[in-house]
Design a protein around this ligand. Structure first.
Ligand code: PLP
Length: 363
């Protein structure tokens, strides 16, 4: 493919090098020798600026669960655009989406909207600190939760940092203050004894344990139910909150990963699919914890603004996306997923069988 079919992408990238550092705005979409620039998308297909048609297997990092430019979402967003895209007042749209999310997620009474998953995780960690009055957070080694400096500790540790049941907290980005590292307890993923003993050791200072039930940078390995149950029990024991990061895993089922695993976190972070293709994040949880945001009695324990938080274009597109994603849609997705899994197993078996023949030049 490189470079002939994408010469316009190369030209755009060369142009971008002047005005964007490394020609790039999102580290995650960078690739060498240059990224392919998208021109448009429809359903599961994307056309690049050279007119090549591609099957999109990433759908903006899982955020477009209905594919590109779904007509229902286009209609919902454009109808709202014509009425105004953002106001210095609340709109009914945020109530509609919050009600839908609270109805779907077993642990959720109330929702607070933000503009990205990163912001949702940041506010959830701050909410846990505000609620408990404790400084430390615990998170799993290797798990990705966006770009808040506490949340990205030990995202890509070296083997020397892995430790034995007690990983060392290491900075992901240069410039992370040592104080941040001191306040992050890195726990081993899917290791009950290792995680629980660290939670108990730091218990008195621990505001929360943050866990993604299927951490994508740690190989999309699902958490064992017993591991999540142990985190639930240990956090209750030490008086810390349990936070599920469902920015991606909410797509696993109609009631999210927490519904599938049958675990009841105190707070949940959401993003991606709940915005219908627009920037979004949300912190959701039990009423008593969410009260840290409540402004009715003066300055809340945790003030939280956001010029574009809960903007009605995102809310309306998100609501339309969630309404389309009903039980039937999940059943269809599951059936497709199982078929792809079966086919890829057959395919890899066939590849294994064929490999020796091709090595011998007989295929
Ligand atoms: C589990 C998880 N949490 C948080 C985030 C951050 O979300 P955003 O990219 O919207 O800031 C991501 C993004 O991929 C994620 O996968």
């Amino acid at each position: 493919m490189y470079p002939d079919m994408t010469s316009k992408s190369k030209a755009l990238y060369d142009r971008a090098l002047t005005s964007l550092p490394g020609g790039n705005t999102r580290t995650t979409v960078f690739m060498k020798p240059y990224p392919i620039y998208a021109a448009r998308g429809a359903g599961c297909r994307v056309w690049d600026v050279d007119g090549n048609e591609l099957i999109d297997c990433i759908n903006n990092f899982t955020s477009l669960i209905h594919g590109h430019a779904h007509p229902v979402l286009v209609e919902a967003a454009t109808r709202q655009l014509a009425l105004g895209s953002a106001f210095g007042t609340p709109t009914e749209s945020e109530i509609d989406l919050a009600e839908l999310l609270a109805a779907r997620l077993p642990s959720v009474d109330q929702v607070r909207f933000a503009n990205s998953g990163t912001e949702a995780v940041m506010m959830a960690l701050k909410a846990a600190r505000a609620f408990t009055g404790r400084p430390k957070i615990a998170k799993c080694e290797g798990a990705y939760h966006g770009s808040y400096d506490y949340a990205e500790v030990s995202l890509d540790p070296n083997p020397a940092d892995w430790g034995s049941n007690a990983p060392v907290s290491v900075a992901y980005a240069k410039g992370t203050p040592d104080k941040v590292l001191a306040d992050v307890v890195t726990i081993p993923f899917n290791d009950i004894d290792g995680a629980v003993s660290l939670i108990r050791e730091h218990g008195r200072d621990l505001a929360c344990v943050l866990v993604d039930p299927m951490p994508n940078r740690a190989g999309l390995v699902p958490a064992d139910k017993a591991y999540l149950e142990a985190l639930r029990q240990a956090t209750r024991e030490v008086g810390a909150l349990l936070i599920f990061d469902e920015v991606i895993s909410f797509r696993l089922g109609h009631h999210g990963a927490q519904g599938l695993w049958g675990i009841d976190p105190d707070l949940t972070t959401l993003g991606k699919i709940i915005g219908g293709g627009f920037p979004v994040g949300a912190i959701a949880g039990k009423r008593e914890v969410m009260a840290v945001f409540d402004p009715r009695h003066g300055k809340p324990a945790l003030p939280h603004g956001g010029t574009f938080s809960a903007n009605p274009v995102t809310m309306r597109a998100g609501l339309a996306a969630m309404e389309l994603l009903d039980q039937n849609a999940f059943a269809r997705l599951d059936a497709i997923g199982e078929e792809v899994q079966r086919a890829s197993t057959r395919h890899s078996a066939a590849m294994v069988c064929r490999a020796p023949r091709s090595v011998l030049g007989r295929s």
